[in-house]
Each structure stands twice: as C-alpha cells, then as structure tokens.
Design a protein around this ligand. Sequence first.
Ligand code: SF4
Ligand code: SF4
Length: 333
Amino acid sequence: MITVRSLLDDAWYERYTRISQLNIRSSIYDVTNKCNLRCKGCFFFSSDEHKLHDGEEKDVKKWEEFVDSEVARGVNLAILIGGEPTLFLDRVEAFYRRVPTYCATNGIIKVPRDRFPDMMVGISLWGDSEDEKVLRGRDVFSISLNNYTGDDYTYYLYTLTPKQIGRIERVVKRIRDAGLKVHFQLLSNDEGAEGFHWNESQLSDVRGEMDALLDSYPDTVISSRYYHQVITTGEMLGRKWGWMECPSVTEPMDRRDPQPKRLIRFIRWGADLETMHRCCTSATRDCTTCKDGAAHMSWIMVNKRAHMRSTQDFQNFIEVYEMFAKLYRFIPW
Ligand code: SF4
Ligand code: SF4
C-alpha cells in the first residue's frame, strides 16, 4: 500500500508534517461594493455583483457580530476582498480582531500598521506601469510600491496578461528592490479587453517565464513549478479544470452531483452580510476559461490522495501547499 511515509525521504516527510498540521477553513468576504478604481476585467464590477444586493451593511456592530458567527461556524482564515476593503477600515478591523485575516487591496490606501501590525496584505498588480494605465486607468504600481516598501506582511498578487510576456522580470526586480514578495496568477479577461486573451503558445511561454523567474528570484517569487503547470494547462493529473472540479464553490449553493473534493464550509459573502455568491470569483465567469489562481491552488490542495500516486506527484502537492501557507503566513516566507 502506498503511504505518505513510503513516498517521502526524511527531509520531505518533515516538510509534509509541517503543512499537514494546518487545518485551514477559509471564506471570502466582500467588505464593500465600492472601489477607488474601475479596472477592465475586474470580475466584481464586470459581473454587476456590486449591484446584486440592496447595499452594504454600514453598522460596524453588525459586522462584529457577523464575524463572531463566522468564527463559530469554523472559519479560521478570513479573506477580505471587495470593492476595495481599505475604504472601510472599521469593517476590516472587525475581522482582524477576531480571526486571522488577509486583506486584498489595490494598494492606493496604505493599511496603517499601528492598527493592523501583522495583517497579511495582498496588493493586486496588473502589469507594469504601462499596462496598469491601460487596464486600471493609472499607474497604481508606483503608488503601492511607495506605500508598502519594506513591509514584512505584504506581497504582490501579480496578474499576468499576454502582453506581459517577456517583460515580467523588470516588475519582479522592482518588487525585490522594494523588499517585497510576489505571487503570480493569470488574467481571465472577463470583459474581453482587446489583446488580453490567451492562446496556447502564450500560455506555454508565460509558464516558461514564471519557471525561470522562480529559479532566478527564489527569495522574492512565492510560487511553484507545478502551480505554473496547472494554471497554464488547466489540467491536473489528467483531469480538466471546470465547474465539476472547482473546489471554491460556496458550500450551501453547491448541488453538484457527484460532489468533487472541495473547500469545507467555504462561503463567499456579499457586503450586505446576507447574499452568498456562487464562488470565489464571479457567477458570470465561464468556468472553462476561469484562470483564478487561488481556485487552482485549492484544487491541488484538496486532492491530496490523488497526488499519492508517485513521489514526484506528492512532492508537487507539498510544494503547492507550502506556497499557500506562505502566502497567508501560516509558515514563514
Ligand atoms: S481595484 Fe480590485 S475591486 Fe477595484 S476595480 Fe480594480 S480589480 Fe476591481
Ligand atoms: S468561475 Fe472559476 S472559481 Fe468560479 S466556479 Fe467557475 S471555475 Fe470555480
């Protein structure tokens, strides 16, 4: 019988032991429907999710009670998105004081570290200054770099586009020089921005570039080759990515049959604290072309047993799990 121990030498077994003790139960929260940007391809606005509910809960006490009920439900990692969460720091604080919290932001407003000393911050980045002007209307990168240089609890979530191929390194260098980390994902292009669709050869090229950057900047890039393989091919262990495989579907809305391996108790909540969204991105996104990085990462992580077919496959699984744990600071960078 294949066991974990039989697949791993001592060093790998120790790495496995470290991650196997983590029992992460995450959910995602829209802190607000408002944003100080309007990026082309933002899944939140392109799917009109900001209009879906009556509004957003404005009473901070209600947020505090809501977070308490989420903790009682078993959530031990709150992932805050939006809109732009930093527009409502009282709501962010309602989470931060109660549960390990990760805050996604565009980086325009600096999270005050006297109030949130060790909250994980993920800054969304859509390319170099030139691309950010096209997709986000301004050079957000320079602003966020200025705000977060040297911050130990911050990384860039760099959404790569086909236009970035061959130009990623200079962005990574700027991030390294600012003493920050970077993690990659791929643009899904929900709004069909001209020139931002992927073709097979571009996906292969970007995979090669991500691999090379991981090798050249191991202290800056938080990633793994296997993750690159899965997000660029949409395949894992011969299985194709899509609705019937996605792990990041809101649990009370999940009526798939057969049920795939999935995130336990996962819900994505709207900012009214009542609406549930279908999944970690938008309900209007086509699952067959969805490139969401976190969902693909979770796909690997919930399929541990399937990776126990060879030492290489299981080491790939461990590396992706470690990558996730680093991104949320469950283990050091
Ligand atoms: S900053 Fe984020 S939430 Fe705001 S428009 Fe851009 S992608 Fe959407
Ligand atoms: S859009 Fe992506 S994250 Fe949402 S259900 Fe489909 S595959 Fe999953």
